[in-house]
Design a protein around this ligand. Sequence first.
Ligand code: ADP
Ligand code: ASP
Ligand code: MG
Length: 404
Amino acid sequence: MKIVVLKFGGTSVGTIKKIKKVAGIIADYRKKNFKVIVVSSAMSGVTNELVKKSREISENFSDTEYDVLVSSGEQVACSLIAGSLIHKGLKSRSWLAWQIPILTKGLHKNSRINKINKNKILNYLKDGGIPIITGFQGIDDEERITTTGRGGSDASAIMLAKFFKAQKCIIYTDVEGVYTTDPNKLKKAKKIKVISYEEMLEMASLGAKVMQPVSIQDARLNRINIEVKSSFVKKSGTLITKRSNIINNKIITGISSTNNDAKVSLIGVKDKPGVAASIFKPLSKKSINVDMVVQNISANGKETDLTFTIKSEDLNKTKKIILENKNIKFRNLLLKDGVSKISIIGVGMITTPGVTFRMFQTLANEKINIQVISTSEIKISVLIDKNYTKKALKALHKEFKLDN
Ligand code: ADP
Ligand code: ASP
Ligand code: MG
């Protein structure tokens, strides 16, 4: 069977007009004799509204009910797409994740798909049907509804492609593909033709919302090629694939940035074993994601300073947890909202010396102060004042020859 998985994101199904357009794209694949499996996200803005409603009830809204609530947007979108195809005279129906079922493991709000039962969908495909499957949703061992994290429809698509051994997995979105940086932040951003899983994973984890990071991990583990393209214009997009398929002579492939980060510094913390663990344990218990961490060298061997970043929305909670933590002592607590992490990513930096220097010099020329630095084999991240994000993106994009 020649199977294609087509995933449509929120903006692609954001209005009735767009849903009709999506139905046209699906029908075209049918005409090319593909068996089509469709995955849809909720109409744009719907999931955010649902999250907001849960917060209006409680800041500690039940995780299990959160999943039931926020996954409901996908049901609406899928029935509208299926209805639109039926209206065109095609055989189609919506499938909620539990009806298949798509099984997940792990915590609520952030589950991972580990199994998909194929029978019902295969029979439906054989009968000439076009299944429209809710992304983002799953069901766990206890038959509770789960979700796969924000942006999780991407992972649903990849896992469907894996289990059904699809020939193609296409992610339709509101931009033409993966760009050198967010095209909505920098006009000069260029579409990337081919990118490796490793680079895409870093770009996504460091702020490029175009693909959910977990979905890239799943694709890499299962060697699934992904095409990212626009549902609005008919143009070739970006191929995400393994590194050996790529010939690339650029040092840097892309630049990512984050909004809404905050910096926390504990000044004068006792420099002894176990202190860092005492600081981070209660934060992780409350699901606060700690990102960049730096600890200064202790000048007198007794005290040190520790700095880390979190999401701005977690700043108040973090402050409270630290102040109430009886296991740590420090002289001062500094909190700074409104910082942004800028990262340059590229496998080319492994073999090219001087990339770090070039990044720092470029920012220095723009008089942008670097607050925290972190590096890995294929990325360098710096924390800067949020107000300089655009300036930094622009300068680095030019420095690493991504403008042309
Ligand atoms: P969907 O609703 O289709 O899942 P998302 O909003 O999740 O779409 O992702 C698409 C958005 O990702 C784009 O509108 C763009 O602003 C943003 N984005 C961030 N970084 C990049 C990048 N490097 N390339 C393309 N898009 C990016
Ligand atoms: N609708 C969900 C979200 O907004 C899943 C997705 O978009 O992939 O996070
Ligand atoms: Mg998305």
